[in-house]
Design a protein around this ligand. Structure first.
Ligand code: ADP
Length: 188
């Protein structure tokens, strides 16, 4: 039997990683393992879909009880991957996808890169251009100042692309999902 795929997707904010992960779940049966966070949800974000939103007391308890695979504090907010949400589907032999930043990817890589239990794969998703990224962020409803901040950050984040196994351009969603499925050997 084939080992389950542990797919890590990183991308600048707005490049489409959540959308692609959702399609991998819908069309290919992946489990999207979402990050837990103490930061408040943004208007377009849904609990359990984009992130697991929780309060600081609960999050601190998870840390103490060792329930988190890894965690980090960014601008005063806590982020982490609940261990069981990751390990349960893998034990069941299901493919999982995580949408995390480069630090999350590195933490997962340290544990899973040489694992015999899972097939560890990494993809960096990029928008066709910064202009298209701007349009998507605006269409998503991000406020103008946030859009500008994300665009500046995106240019920097692009530098991490080379430490991923594959770079996929999210131009047309169906095409990008097809390409990822092909990369993972899920279709010809
Ligand atoms: P991320 O999770 O990387 O921040 P999202 O998945 O939220 O990005 O996508 C950002 C916005 O762009 C969303 O409104 C989404 O519907 C849209 N989007 C994603 N992929 C595409 C695509 N290939 N073509 C057009 N719009 C897209």
């Amino acid at each position: 039997m084939r080992r389950p795929i542990l797919l890590v997707i990183s991308a600048p904010s707005g490049a489409g990683k959540t959308t692609v992960a959702r399609r991998l779940a819908e069309d290919y049966g992946f489990v999207h393992v979402v990050t837990a966070t103490t930061r408040p949800p943004r208007p377009h974000e849904r609990d359990g879909v984009d992130y697991l939103f929780t309060d600081e007391a609960t999050f601190r308890r998870w840390i103490e009880e060792g329930n988190l695979f890894e965690w980090a504090e960014i601008y005063g907010n806590l982020y982490g991957i609940p261990k069981e949400n990751l390990y349960r589907p893998l034990r069941e032999g299901r493919n999982v996808v995580l949408t995390v930043d480069v630090n999350g990817k590195r933490a997962l890589e340290r544990v899973f890169a040489d694992s015999d239990e899972v097939e560890f794969r990494t993809i960096f998703l990029v928008p066709p251009s910064l202009e298209v990224l701007r349009e998507r962020l605006m269409r998503r409803g991000d406020p103008p100042d946030v859009v500008e901040r994300r665009l500046k950050k995106a240019a920097k984040e692009m530098e991490y692309a080379s430490e991923y196994q594959h770079v996929v351009i999210n131009d047309d969603l169906n095409r990008a999902v097809d390409e990822i499925a092909r990369i993972l050997g899920l279709r010809r």
